[in-house]
Design a protein around this ligand. Structure first.
Ligand code: MD3
Ligand code: FE
Length: 203
């Protein structure tokens, strides 16, 4: 069952394994229309993780700032639709963690090659901080850093593996967090990378 990692945060080990084939086919279909790319932060640095999105809204960054858009800035088309398997998994995981009726409208997909990481930050670009965030880890393992409400608080470490799902909400929604580079063996299905799906209610 769910393992509690904070006042309102839970890890569901292996929760995505029963639908891994459907998840990976959906990732491939999305990637064919909206390729993973390295976006630039407002500070002018290229992110080491490559990203793409699906759903009504997609998270983007450029020199002007972070925001959600309905259209992929690279190509000008709407982001690919949210696959039913993503929405279903996110809803079930949220419910198991005590968040009923989660309806994500955005899925940010991050791809970490060897050496890629994401430094400590808060997720603050969403309209509604009451909805939880659901994250699905695929491919290589990585250490997740789970900090406090201010950047200086000591971060807890959590090793996440292929198929693990984490749900954050309530008091944990605005905690600083980050992820270290992929570690361990290449994954049999995904090779030398980790892909993380982050499902949110952004609008
Ligand atoms: C904890 N991505 O894209 S998702 C991100 O593995 C991001 O790609 C990471 O952080 C990744 O913004 C981790 C997990 C996550 C998302 C939101 C959180 C953890 C969170 C909000 C509050 C606390
Ligand atoms: Fe984040």
């Amino acid at each position: 069952g769910p393992e509690r990692i904070g006042p309102c945060a839970y890890v569901l080990r292996g929760c995505a394994l029963s639908c891994e084939q459907a998840l990976l086919s959906a990732v491939a279909a999305i990637e064919a229309r909206a390729p993973f790319r390295h976006m630039v932060t407002p500070g002018g640095y290229a992110m080491s993780a490559a990203l793409t999105n699906c759903g009504a809204l997609g998270w983007t960054t450029d020199r002007r700032g972070y925001r959600y858009t309905a259209v992929d800035p690279q190509g000008g088309q709407p982001w690919p639709a949210m696959p039913a398997v993503f929405a279903r998994l996110a809803r079930a995981a949220a419910a198991a963690a005590g968040f009923a009726d989660f309806e994500p409208d955005a899925c940010l997909m991050n791809r970490y090659a060897l050496g890629a990481r994401m430094s400590l930050h808060q997720d603050k670009n969403e309209q509604d901080f009451d909805a939880p965030i659901v994250s699905v880890s695929l491919g290589m393992s990585a250490t997740f850093l789970f900090g406090g409400l201010d950047r200086s608080a000591k971060a807890m470490r959590l090793l996440l593996h292929h198929g693990d799902v984490v749900v954050w909400g309530g008091a944990d929604r605005l905690r600083y967090h980050g992820v270290l580079a992929p570690e361990g063996a290449p994954h049999p299905l995904l090779g030398d990378c980790r892909i993380n799906l982050t499902l949110r209610k952004a609008g």
